[in-house]
Design a protein around this ligand. Structure first.
Ligand code: PRX
Length: 602
């Protein structure tokens, strides 16, 4: 079914959209202009924390609320830009006094609490590199990421430390300090030694630290963030982002989220993922707005209450959350005053057209889908406040972003030539012209893997899309086996590796199976070692095993036993075929399938 475009009446909008005259703005765009809207470090250079906090704290926005924190217990506390500057200065001093310098790695593992935000900003101030982790991860993904990222410091809570970190310490020789957010200030939990790491009370250190700090000079090309993200082969990769990325954060929030200084902004993403950093921390602060931080997890009634009570004006959320809200109240505006809400957008997975329309009916506002990836660092394609929405479309490229649809030669042929798809409505891979400021500058220690993402000047995204005759992009699927579940990117290889660690499992293949609310659920197929019999108890035991190691978000929700898994002649499990068979879809090209007699199937 096709849906009618949703036109915009600019007179009817509560504020004048930042982006008007889309084509002209695109034509005249220059990144230098955006750089000029930011401050830069006194004395030269660029630092995310200075753009996000200090330049506001030293100007008219000093007493403006930067973060409004809604605690688990129901308390509300405000932190002004000035206060956030002091708190992040303290954290920067803590790092500095512990002997951590430019380029050292600071990992965060905590829920949404104010300390996390001050720690992120203080890390950048001290020239260190931030790597956020997701609290729902089990010990295994955490171990891999901290090891690969050579974590020097971990900021976490006592509970998470005990539950997920202590057992990993022998495997983390580079970890020097664990700073516990919720340890006592009285020194009672001061300083314990666990393997190579010293465990310290963060409140005590902050208390002792000075509130003044001169930001360590960083340049636009200096490393600022490592976001671990999954691929289809191998373990998670560390996508590296630089301080200069702040230009994209700022620009995209201006145009795609339409932030204005008086906005109350709420990004619901967890800070363990890229959206929670780019748009939960950096972008709103760069615009001097008030950001809502809700410590608790999703709950439809409370979410509506937050929109009402906090008078949220711009809301950035995810399709899974929207679909969960859609299952609840048909008309939340009968119960809640949502009149302050003026712009809603979503990211992370396909937003079905019904959800856009639901927004219009239930919230009184259509939902603006936008598209990006960990590697792009910020929003690249979006629906805009002043432009018509085509329900089901991701929208149009951000000014400054050059986009193409291409076909590339398969790797075997190594030609790596691109064929350009210029006619409308033809499927191809989405490619972005390299060089925008938040483009990842590498995969940590994996140069070859990084290089393979590019052909000439073009970064290939792995997403299949089409463009209609008016330049709107439509998402069609992934070109590879990556699973997108509740907006979280999950690499099948990582899940398969953990399943194979179970003593009964001989081989494992993992796919994303379409599911109406979370988009895709993780489904595993395993064959068992000789002599092991499949049973319901074993099935549950293997799922439980994976959950314990990986965390519930990543572990398979469904698991089927198979005699043997379909493989290519070179021994690769054919996930594509597992998926086609599971969904009753055509099996496509199976010429490389290995059969029992060792020959190809076709
Ligand atoms: O496949 C696309 C999907 O999510 C992938 C990126 O995931 P990740 O690196 O975890 O980044 C999350 C932060 C945005 C993309 O390659 N994706 C993202 N946005 C959309 C989407 N798929 C369809 N529609 C979207 N709007």
């Amino acid at each position: 079914m096709s849906y009618k475009p949703i036109g915009k009446n600019l007179q009817g909008l509560a504020v004048t959209p930042n982006l008007q005259g889309y084509e002209q703005v695109c034509r005249q765009f220059s990144w230098q202009q955006i750089r000029d809207e930011l401050a830069g470090l006194p004395g030269g250079g660029l630092n995310i924390a200075h753009e996000a906090v200090d330049r506001h704290a030293q100007g008219p926005l000093a007493s403006h609320v930067a973060l409004r924190y809604l605690s688990k217990q129901g308390g509300v506390s405000d932190i002004s830009y000035y206060e956030l500057m002091l708190q992040s200065n303290r954290f920067a001093n803590v790092l500095n006094h512990l002997g951590l310098y430019k380029g050292d790695r600071v990992f965060l593992l905590s829920g949404r609490v104010p300390e996390l935000y001050a720690a992120a900003l203080g890390t950048w101030k001290n020239g260190c590199v931030l790597s956020p982790l997701f609290t729902a991860f089990g010990p295994e993904p955490i171990r891999q990421r901290m090891r690969k990222g050579a974590a020097h410091v971990l900021v976490t809570t006592q509970k998470l430390y005990q539950k997920k970190i202590v057992s990993l310490l022998p495997d983390l020789p580079e970890l020097r300090y664990v700073l516990l957010i919720d340890a006592g200030q009285d020194g009672s939990q001061d300083e314990t030694q666990d393997g190579s790491a010293t465990v310290l009370s963060l409140p005590l250190l902050l208390e002792q630290a000075s509130t003044s700090f001169t930001i360590v000079p960083t340049a636009a090309e200096d490393m600022a963030i490592i976001h671990f993200t999954s691929g289809t082969t191998g373990m998670a990769k560390g996508a590296v982002h630089v301080h200069g990325a702040v230009l994209t954060h700022y620009l995209s929030a201006k145009y795609a989220l339409d932030l204005h200084p008086e906005d109350i902004f709420w990004c619901t993403a967890d800070p363990g993922w890229v959206t929670g950093t780019s748009y939960g921390i950096i972008a709103p602060l760069c615009h001097g707005v008030t950001s809502i931080i809700d410590e608790r997890e999703f709950d439809p009634q409370r979410w509506y209450q937050i929109l009402q009570e906090q008078q949220v004006s711009v809301w950035y959320t995810a399709p899974t959350a929207i679909r969960m809200l859609m299952r609840g109240a048909d008309n939340p505006r009968e119960q809640y005053d949502l009149s302050r809400l003026r712009f809603v957008s979503s990211v992370g997975e396909p937003l079905n057209p019904e959800a856009v329309i639901w927004g219009q009916q239930a919230l009184g506002l259509p939902i603006h889908d936008n598209w990006w990836q960990t590697e792009t660092g910020g929003i690249m394609i979006a629906n805009y406040a002043a432009l018509e929405i085509r329900p089901g479309s991701m929208g149009r490229p951000l000014p400054g972003i050059e986009v193409a649809i291409v076909h590339r030669e398969t790797e075997e042929k190594t030609g790596q030539e691109l064929t350009w798809i210029t006619e409308p409505d033809r499927e191809g891979e989405l490619a972005l012209k390299a060089g925008w400021p938040s483009m990842f500058s590498g995969y940590l220690d994996e140069e070859e893997r990084y290089r393979r993402c590019f052909v000439g000047d073009w970064y290939l995204t792995g997403d299949l899309v089409r463009r209609d005759g008016d330049g709107y992009f439509w998402f069609l699927g992934r070109a590879d086996d990556i699973i997108q579940s509740a907006g979280h990117r999950i690499g099948p290889f990582e899940v398969e590796s953990v399943l194979m660690e179970h003593p009964a499992v001989a081989e494992a293949g993992v796919i994303g199976k379409p599911e109406p609310t979370i988009g895709e659920l993780v489904k595993a197929f395993v064959s068992l070692k000789p002599g092991v019999k499949p049973s319901e108890a074993l099935r549950l035991q293997i799922i439980g095993f994976a959950r314990k190691k990986m965390g519930a978000t990543v572990a398979p929700k469904e698991l089927d036993f198979m005699e043997s898994l379909p493989k290519t002649r070179s021994g690769k499990i054919m996930r594509r075929l597992l998926k086609a068979r599971e969904l009753g879809l055509p099996e496509g090209d199976i010429s490389t399938l290995e059969t029992d007699d060792g020959k190809n199937e076709s």
